[in-house]
Design a protein. Structure first.
Length: 115
């Protein structure tokens, strides 16, 4: 269990701090908007789907990880894009819903398979 949480933390830190840092510091000019759209509308939701699937296997122990991932996303977005921007709060809420939904779906599938 400890190993799974450490893996989650390293992956979440990379996705919520290193990827936005790379986007904010390495992409310049007109390329910022398409890369940001790609990040916020494709990469991050897929990441939260994976986090939810990962947590759905042991939902009773890992239920809070999608919420902490959303909090890390919010901190990373505020750090590298726009500090205090309310838009990122809505993204974090949507991503946590995506992660929790994926977690519940994986948990239900696992429950059906164990019957």
């Amino acid at each position: 269990m400890r190993r799974k949480i450490i893996l989650w933390f390293i992956t979440s830190f990379a996705m919520t701090f290193l990827v936005p840092w790379a986007t904010a510091s390495m992409v310049t000019g007109e390329d910022v908007i398409p890369v940001s759209i790609l990040l916020f509308l494709i990469v991050d939701p897929l990441f939260f789907l994976l986090v939810g699937g990962f947590c759905g296997v042991e939902m009773k122990k890992l239920w809070s990880l999608p919420l902490f991932s959303a909090l890390l996303f919010l901190l990373g977005a505020w750090t590298f894009f726009a500090p205090g921007a309310l838009d990122f709060v809505f993204y974090a809420i949507a991503y946590s819903v995506v992660g929790m939904g994926a977690m519940v779906i994986v948990w239900l599938i696992k429950r059906q398979l164990n019957r």
